[in-house]
Write a protein that binds this ligand. Sequence first.
Ligand SMILES: [Zn+2]
Ligand SMILES: [Zn+2]
Length: 264
Amino acid sequence: MTSFRSSIKSIRAEWRYRSCVRSAIEIPLPCRPATIVSPHPDDETIALGGLIARKRKAGIPVRIVLITRGEASHRHCCGADPDLIAGLRLDQFFRATGHLGVTRENIHVLDVPDGGIPCPVDPGFEDLSNRISALIPVGEASEIYCPHPRDGLPDHERTAGLIEKIVLNRNEPFQIHHYPVWRWILAPTEKTSKKNQFLAGKLDIAPVADIKKRALDCYLDTPAPCGYPAGGILPPVILRFAREPREFVFMHVSPDRNQLRTKR
Ligand SMILES: [Zn+2]
Ligand SMILES: [Zn+2]
């Protein structure tokens, strides 16, 4: 029954991905300095490894904010020591982002508990959004990349909420780009009205495919003591999509701050 359900999910993910390939508009490489906000070590590379590599090759500054160390990935597997898992995953993260061309001084690890990224009603939400905001210099007019608000995983969706809060608080021309990680497989089917809030863009990453492959491989080369990948077992479709020669970003149809206020 489980394998039947997972094959249905894979077929649905494949259908969603291919529909997006057909409907998304080709976009050129966005050229502003970028802040990539990643809930866990690997999200930045799976979703945006090609974009990051292309930006760095073009000399565009990229900063990565890693919110958690990903220590909970074996909580429901073998119960391995969370600090040991975090150590493995951070090592993978630094090697992967190094391949993509991001230097250590442009990486910020916040060490929020994995699985515990706050939502707006939680204590700590305001404080965390302020901490992330403080890492983006005033007047930088940067692009901010965060997971899709309906990516299907609580930490991912809450990260999108934190970024929307920052954009609302600061009267600056930020461009938010939402990236999909688990969305293909986990997001519930949406009404057309919700889908239409975003414009899907696709970026050609073929010129840096080899760099992204090396970065992705970092996340597969050091298993946890139980033998499974340190970051847990990713559904094969997610890895397959990560190896495709394009990446997607979802942009607000109207980049108006009022739209963020009334969206939910
Ligand atoms: Zn994640
Ligand atoms: Zn395990």
